[in-house]
Design a protein around this ligand. Structure first.
Ligand code: PA5
Length: 444
């Protein structure tokens, strides 16, 4: 993985980036020594090493589900599903019904749409399916609701005893309704450690079990992460440390008025990597009324929709492009005798060459238009490179949050909607909030 920040220097000076050196070194120390805000949530930092003893159990459990299921439903929301989905989508065939030898992975508990759940129930009707239910707290409404529905369906289809073998829960080691239920029913479980927050949990069983169920090599993923842990470690000087450099340049850009970061890809398979990244950075930095707004675009698709704004709208944007050096497949553009479409100048070229020129042309146009550009190049879309990318983003996020003087590891802002929802649903224990919200709505 290579980071290139040269195309930001027309907008922020090298001095402005290097001005973060001492603070970035300090942030690295705070992460490693656990002396900064949110130090109780640093379990992800050494996860690439710490997870090793669990890999065999994760793989064996995945094998069991793979052998017995045509569909595996991964239940979870936010940090409890986005990382797995990001990696699975990035590695899967774009037309997933063509994916050979792997059960289909579908998702639930990431919304409360009745239509979605109805259609999922229809899909699972009379199918061999299994469930991985992931909730650290074990009390989140969306996954709990989906789990009750799908567990009931599985038990009706398979009988209670057989269903038990097809359910795996990933949750807190002792607390929460999901732990209580799993213990009572005797489900296979994995633990989400107290010191790992959802958005930093991809390299724990939360991400690894679904990824292994989809048939991908979690050892390689972890090897990539281990390599990146060394590259981004405290011993790598600021000037050569990609995580520290990325954290510094984005904070320098933020201070210069570039308040929105667009994560850009030129491969649709990376769409969910961007969704995961949005959560990672949005939830880690968006607090105390500050923080870069993380947004994402899929190019060249969105150049035909958002391209106008990016080129020419308000100048508060910068772009971070994930560039993939080598596509995994090969398509040559054919020669056509008649050349009615005028495209013979491309004959014999790989499609990726066209994509790369679109990427280069876009970067030049956007930089000319006032949008600074950061480039993150990965070699290819495989497990190893994704492991590198995931660890890189996590490490940079911790540093960047400390540069911004926020606690990157809490998320106090996500509670407000839940309180209102429970009050509106008359949840027992929310009587006071219920009365207050009804009065506010004029329904008292
Ligand atoms: O990153 C986070 O902490 C959140 O996105 C949580 O993962 C999400 O809210 C789900 O919580 P839980 O795993 O407790 O069900």
């Amino acid at each position: 993985m290579k980071l290139n920040i040269e195309k930001t220097y027309g907008f922020v000076s090298k001095e402005a980036v290097n001005a973060f050196k001492n603070k970035a070194d300090e942030a690295q120390k705070m992460l490693v020594e656990g002396t900064g805000a949110g130090a109780d949530f640093l379990g992800w930092l050494n996860l690439p090493e710490d997870i090793m003893p669990q890999l065999a159990d994760i793989k064996a459990t995945a094998e069991l589900l793979r052998n017995n299921c045509d569909i595996i439903v991964c239940i979870g929301i936010g940090g409890s599903y986005l990382g797995a989905k990001a990696v699975i989508e990035a590695l899967s065939n774009s037309f997933e019904w063509l994916q050979e030898g792997a059960p289909k992975i579908v998702y639930a508990g990431q919304n409360i749409s009745e239509d979605y759940l109805y259609e999922l129930q229809q899909l699972l009707q009379d199918k061999r399916f299994g469930i991985i239910c992931i909730s650290k707290s074990g009390t989140t409404t969306e996954p709990a609701l989906a789990f009750r529905l799908l567990k009931t369906q599985l038990e009706q289809q398979q009988g209670k005893t057989a269903a038990k073998q097809l359910i795996v829960c990933i949750t807190d080691k002792a607390r929460g309704a999901l732990r209580t239920l799993a213990t009572k029913e005797g489900y296979k479980t994995f633990v989400i450690e107290d010191n790992i927050g959802g958005r930093f949990s991809v390299l724990s069983p939360v991400g690894l079990l679904p990824i292994a169920c989809a048939g991908f090599d979690i050892n390689l993923l972890i090897q990539g992460a281990q390599h990146m842990q060394k590259v981004c470690g405290i011993d790598t000087p600021f000037e050569e440390n990609p995580a520290a450099q990325y954290a510094a340049v984005r904070n320098a850009l933020y201070n210069s008025g570039k308040k929105t970061e667009l994560l850009v890809n030129f491969h649709p398979k990376l769409h969910y990597i961007a969704e995961w990244w949005k959560q990672l950075y949005g939830e880690s930095e968006g607090k105390d009324h500050k923080g870069i707004f993380p947004a994402a675009v899929d190019f060249t698709t969105d150049l035909h929709s958002m391209g106008q704004y990016i080129q020419d709208g308000e100048r508060h944007l910068f772009e971070t492009v994930i560039s993939v050096a080598q596509p995994q497949k090969k398509v040559l553009f054919p020669y056509d005798e008649e050349n009615l479409d005028g495209l013979n100048f491309l004959a014999g070229k790989r499609v990726d060459e066209v994509n790369k020129m679109a990427e280069l042309g876009t970067m030049l146009a956007h930089v000319d238009g006032g949008v600074p550009n950061i480039k993150i190049e990965i070699e290819k879309l495989d497990e190893y490179c994704l492991g590198e990318l995931i660890y890189f983003f996590c490490r940079a996020c911790g540093i960047s949050g400390y540069l911004l003087d926020v606690n990157p590891f809490n998320q106090p802002g996500v509670e407000a909607y839940k309180k209102n929802m429970f009050a509106l649903l008359n949840k027992p224990g929310y009587e006071k909030e219920s009365a207050a919200i009804k009065e506010k709505l004029g329904k008292a």
